[in-house]
Each structure stands twice: as C-alpha cells, then as structure tokens.
Design a binder for this molecule. Structure first.
Ligand code: PRP
Ligand code: ADE
Length: 134
C-alpha cells in the first residue's frame, strides 16, 4: 500500500544533477525540512518504522551531519537516548573509529565508547543511502 505521507516527502526532495561532482545526482532533502507539516509526517513515519522493526530499541545513533536532523527527534519520541557518530577529531574521550569511502570522498567516523553498553539495541538513523557504505 502506498503511504501518502512518503509520497509528499518524495515530492519535495529536489534533484541536482552533477553536484558536487559531475556524474552525481544529488538529492536535496532540505526542502522537506522547510515544510513543517511534511517534516512532521516524515518523523512520524520514521518513528513508526523503528517501533515496528526494533521495538526494544534503547539508543538512536545519528550519522554526522544529516543524521543529526532526524535522530534526536526520533529518540525523544521513543524515550531513548541519542548518540552521534561524528567525523574524525570532533568527539572527546575514548573512541572507536572506522574509515569509509562514499559516493564523493573518504573519511573516518568516530563514536564515544562511553555512549554504548554491551548488548544494547541500537538503531542508526541517517537521511539517505547512496552507496550504502556509511
Ligand atoms: O550511502 P552512502 O554512500 O554512505 O552515502 C550517504 C551518506 O552521505 C551523506 O553524508 P555526507 O558524508 O556527505 O555528509 P553530510 O551529511 O555532512 O552532508 C548522507 O548524509 C549519508 O550520510
Ligand atoms: N546522491 C546524493 N545526494 C545527496 N546526498 C548524498 N550523499 C551521498 N550521495 C548523495
């Protein structure tokens, strides 16, 4: 069944061919955030998806930076904590790191070790999948 809320979200995502490099079709999600009714519907859908697929979730993790636009709101709705995955050098304390390559660059992600407990149920939130590497 089509979810009309998702159709409204999709209708606001703007395509930018050849940004930031030739050959990349950039999908700009910011028009969705400029429309509070549709932004709210998107958050509602994301919360419903997490409840359905990870009913015992204990921590929402968001990927810098666009994952930060959704993760904390979803976490509050679910009464969960939120922890950021940040690009290298931004987080203090003991960290775990992983290097990755994405559609138009490479980088290193870090998390604070203290943000996670062994065996915890975690959901990772982001804005979109391109290669799926992140
Ligand atoms: O499916 P993938 O190939 O992993 O690509 C998708 C990821 O790339 C973008 O983030 P980016 O690192 O460009 O950073 P930004 O959110 O700070 O713009 C996007 O927000 C996703 O996190
Ligand atoms: N095609 C794309 N559009 C928007 N953001 C991206 N991040 C990585 N690939 C992207």
């Amino acid at each position: 069944m089509t979810d009309s809320r998702i159709e409204r979200v999709k209708s606001l995502i703007k395509d930018h061919p050849d940004f930031p490099k030739p050959g990349i079709l950039f999908r700009d999600i910011f028009p969705v955030l400029r429309n509070p009714a549709v932004f709210q519907e998107l958050l509602d859908v994301m919360v419903e998806q997490v409840k359905a697929k990870a009913p015992n979730v204990e921590l929402i993790v968001g990927l810098e930076s666009r994952g930060f636009l959704f993760g904390p709101s979803i976490a509050l709705k679910l009464n969960c904590g939120f922890a950021p995955v940040r690009k290298k050098g931004k987080l203090p304390g003991e960290k775990e790191s992983v290097a990755y390559a994405l559609e138009y660059g490479t980088d290193i992600f870090e998390v604070q070790k203290e943000a996670f407990k062994p065996g915890q149920s975690v959901v990772i939130v982001d804005d979109l999948l391109a290669t799926g590497v992140q």
